[in-house]
Design a protein around this ligand. Structure first.
Ligand code: PLP
Length: 404
């Protein structure tokens, strides 16, 4: 059985820092609650019963290991493209990997409820699913703009028994939902646990979520070697908060010949402030929502407005490990625009019969471009973080507008 393990380069120090990024929360009451979560996390990862339960649920409930698929038609562009099929997980994305871990931990801590934010609704659905599975209440905060766009996921969460809190502040997207969820958590610290949806926020979340996602890379590395021999030239993933990317990258950090490539949303163009979410590419160092990271900011340091065609990627900050990986030079961050992403969405659907999430389509867009640059004989392994069922109506509308 493969087990999670984090590379030293993406482990925090005792202050929860990765280099100068990340960090612990100052607020005393909240610090106490997060310390309880951190202690619980350190205990369960050494607990044989917990590990066995996690592995059983992975195999029998999530459907792991997810396969690696060699996309032969896509590969006709040049380099070979392989897809790690996280879209085939139960609930259709990688987020179930950390949600089951977080809900199991909440249960161990004797909590009655998990609270979270959601962007595209994928984290909300995955958390509501894990809560239904393990018998906990679930409270999900979601921006009203995202609710309108991702309606099927809202329905799913309701059916799964989650309580949904619509958030109309600001742009009504992910950042506002995080603020709202945190405020609600502060009012019920004793009975609930906050379950962050990516490798963001104060310690221990970036480490904890990365730990639960690291199964993706461990599996992929072993599967690739067994099925195809050797290692890919590049491993590629889209970056919103950075959890699916880090989950894949982690296992390859010591493989110096494997390039780690994160793909950020360039939205309508990197030259249009407020109309992209390319945090690592254009952000500046600062403190946002309880941790240090690069984030897109206005001149006065407040978080900038962000946009991506993929709701799950439009967040102005990014996980501290990615900031550290960027500074260290170990990982590289590229971008794909909304238009390239839509193209990639249709190419993968039409050429391989796989409808990808708009989030994942950013990684596919880069891979298509890169495959042509690299040429035959080179190999790209792409994390297909989720399936696109949630995006189909939106994509058809967009394409209809373009041909009008
Ligand atoms: C949420 C989501 C993402 C973005 O989150 P990361 O933490 O950056 O992985 C990417 N793909 C899918 C399918 C998602 O649901």
């Amino acid at each position: 059985m493969i087990q999670e393990q984090l590379n030293a380069l993406v482990c925090p120090d005792s202050d929860g820092l990765f280099g100068r990024y990340g960090g612990k929360i100052g607020h005393p009451e909240l610090a106490r609650a997060l310390a309880e979560i951190e202690t619980g996390f350190r205990k369960i990862v050494c607990d044989a019963d917990f590990i066995a339960q996690m592995q059983r649920l992975r195999t029998t409930y999530v459907g792991r290991p997810s396969p690696i698929y060699h996309a032969r038609t896509l590969s006709e562009r040049g380099a070979d493209i392989y897809l790690k099929r996280e879209d085939l997980n139960h609930t259709g994305a990688h987020k179930i990997n950390h949600c089951i871990g977080e809900v199991l931990l909440a249960k161990k801590l004797g909590k009655k409820k998990v609270i979270a934010e959601t962007g595209a609704g994928q984290h909300g659905v995955a958390l509501a699913t894990a809560s239904a599975l393990l018998g906990l209440k679930c409270e999900i905060h979601m921006g009203v703009a995202d609710m309108a766009k991702e309606h099927p996921n809202v329905s799913r969460m309701k059916i799964l028994g989650a309580e949904i809190v619509p958030v109309s502040a600001g742009a009504g997207t992910l950042k506002e939902a995080v603020d709202s969820a945190f405020a609600s958590y502060m009012a019920q610290l004793d009975d609930s646990m906050f379950a962050v949806g990516s490798v963001v926020g104060p310690a221990p979340y970036p480490e904890m979520v990365a730990y639960f996602q690291s199964i993706v890379g461990h599996e992929a590395r072993e599967q690739f070697q067994t099925a195809y021999g050797g290692l890919p030239d590049e491993v590629v993933a889209c970056v919103g908060g950075g959890s699916n990317a880090l989950g894949l990258f982690n296992a390859f950090i010591d493989d110096k010949d494997v390039a780690l490539v994160g793909v950020e949303p360039a939205g309508e163009g990197l030259d249009k402030p407020g109309r992209h979410a390319a945090t690592l590419t254009l952000g500046k160092f600062g403190h946002i929502q309880g941790f240090n990271c690069y984030y897109l900011q206005e001149a006065d340091g407040t978080p900038a407005a962000v946009h991506s065609i993929a709701s799950g990627l439009d967040y102005p900050g990014v996980g501290p490990q990615h900031c550290h990986l960027k500074d260290s030079g170990r990982a590289r961050y590229e971008t794909a625009t909304d238009a390239e992403c839509l193209d990639a969405f249709m190419v993968l659907s039409r050429e391989e019969g796989i409808i990808p999430a708009l989030e994942s389509s950013h990684a596919v867009a880069y891979a298509l471009r890169r495959a042509a640059e690299l040429g035959p004989g080179r190999r790209l392994l792409v994390n297909l973080s989720g399936r696109g069922d949630k995006d189909i109506d939106f994509v058809l509308e967009r394409l209809a507008q373009q041909t009008d």
